[in-house]
Write a new protein. Structure first.
Length: 350
C-alpha cells in the first residue's frame, strides 16, 4: 500500500499578532467544513480495519487481509483507474477519506487543523469544500497518471491538504508558524509561512526524487496538490488591477478638498472575498482591507462633498448583499511623513 501521508509532522500551527487573533479568537469557531472533514476522516478510520479497533475485521493475519481488501476497494489503484470499472473512477474521491495508519491520520489531521480554518474563512465554505475535494482528486489522478502501471493502493487526504498548504502560503504568507526542526534538536522556532511552507515543499521534492515504486509515501501527490492549491489561490485571489478615471482638476484658486471617510464593515464571514471585491469596484472607494477583530473589512472612501458620503456608504456599500453593519469615521486632518518633512523644510529653501 502507498498511503498519501505528510512528509513528517514537524509543524505546530500557531500564529501571532493580528493573524494570531484571527486564528484563535475569531476564525477558529467559524470553520465548520474543516472541522467536519476532520471528524469524518476520524470516524471512517475508527470504524475501518486500519485502526485495529473494530472487532468485525478480526486480528492478526485476518486483519491484515481485511486491510488490503479495504484499501484496494476504497483507494486509488492506478492500474485499474484508467482501465477498470466505473467504480474505479470514483476512487479518487473516496480515497481522500481513508487513511492507512494512526500516524497517517493524525499527521494529516494536524496539518488540516492548523491551516484549514483560516483558508476556509478566506475562501468561503462552499468554495473551500469544492477546492479541497477538487485539488485532492487532481493530486491523486496526477500521481496515478505518472504511475499508471502501479498495483499499489493509494489512500489519504494529503494531496488535498497539500493544496490547502499551497493556498495558505499565498493567502497568509506572513502568518507565523511554530516549527519543530529536527536539525535544531526539535527546538520550537517561530517562522513565517513563506519560510516554512516552501521548505516543506522542498523536502517533498527531494523525497519524491528518491522514492521507489513500492509501498511508502506518495510525495509526488503532495507536490501536485501543493502546486494546484497555490495556483488556484493566485488565480482566484490575486489583486485585481483597476484603472479609475481621476477627477478633472479644479481651476486654479478654486481647488476643492477631498473628504476621506474610513468605513468599518461587518459582513457575512463566508462572503468576505466577494463583498470586498464589490466594494472595491465602487468609484469613490480607493482601498479595501480585510482585517481581524470586530470588523471584517475597512474601506477608504474619498469624495468631494459630504453629501456624497450618504450616496456611497448607506446608499451603495450598506446595500451590498452580505454587509451586516457599517461604522463610518470622517477624517478631518491628515498626518503623514510627507507632511512632517514639509513642515521642517519651511524657510530652509532659498
Amino acid at each position: 500500500m502507498r498511503p498519501v501521508t505528510s512528509c513528517s509532522v514537524f509543524m505546530i500551527g500557531e500564529t501571532s499578532g493580528p493573524v494570531g487573533a484571527l486564528s484563535r479568537a475569531v476564525r477558529r469557531p467559524t470553520a465548520p467544513v474543516t472541522y467536519g472533514l476532520i471528524a469524518l476522516c476520524c470516524l471512517i478510520f475508527l470504524t475501518g480495519p486500519a485502526s485495529g479497533l473494530n472487532p468485525v475485521y478480526g486480528s492478526g493475519d485476518e486483519l491484515l487481509a481485511a486491510q488490503r481488501v479495504y484499501f484496494r476497494h476504497w483507494g486509488v489503484v492506478p492500474a485499474e483507474l484508467f482501465h477498470g470499472s466505473a467504480r474505479a473512477a470514483l476512487t479518487p474521491a473516496t480515497a481522500l477519506f481513508v487513511h492507512g495508519s494512526w500516524v497517517h491520520l493524525l499527521g494529516n489531521m494536524l496539518f488540516l487543523f492548523v491551516f484549514g480554518a483560516m483558508t476556509e474563512e478566506r475562501m468561503g465554505r462552499v468554495r473551500f469544500t469544492l477546492f479541497y475535494i477538487g485539488c485532492g482528486c487532481l493530486a491523486l489522478l496526477g500521481y496515478a497518471a505518472a504511475n499508471a502501471s502501479s498495483e499499489q493502493s493509494l489512500v489519504g487526504a494529503s494531496g488535498a491538504i497539500s493544496a490547502v498548504l499551497g493556498a495558505f502560503l499565498y493567502l497568509f504568507p506572513r502568518a507565523r508558524v511554530t516549527s519543530l526542526l529536527p536539525f535544531l534538536f526539535f527546538l520550537p522556532v517561530r517562522l513565517p509561512a513563506w519560510v516554512v511552507l516552501p521548505f516543506w515543499a522542498a523536502l517533498q521534492w527531494l523525497a519524491a526524487g528518491r522514492a521507489g515504486s513500492g509501498p511508502g509515501v506518495a510525495y509526488l501527490a503532495h507536490l501536485m496538490g501543493f502546486g494546484a492549491g497555490l495556483a488556484y489561490a493566485w488565480a482566484r485571489f490575486r489583486p485585481a488591477t483597476r484603472v479609475k478615471a481621476a477627477p478633472a482638476p479644479a481651476p486654479r484658486g478654486r481647488e476643492t478638498a477631498v473628504i476621506t471617510a474610513i468605513v468599518l464593515i461587518k459582513t457575512s464571514v463566508d462572503r468576505i472575498p466577494e463583498i470586498a471585491e464589490q466594494i472595491a469596484a465602487l468609484d469613490s472607494v480607493s482601498e479595501v482591507f480585510s482585517v481581524t477583530g470586530t470588523y471584517d473589512l475597512i474601506a477608504m472612501v474619498r469624495v468631494r462633498r459630504h453629501e456624497d458620503l450618504a450616496e456611497v456608504i448607506p446608499g451603495r456599500i450598506s446595500k451590498i448583499p452580505g454587509v451586516e453593519a457599517t461604522d463610518t469615521h470622517v477624517a478631518f486632518r491628515t498626518y503623514s511623513q510627507h507632511d512632517l518633512e514639509a513642515a521642517f523644510a519651511i524657510g530652509l529653501d532659498n
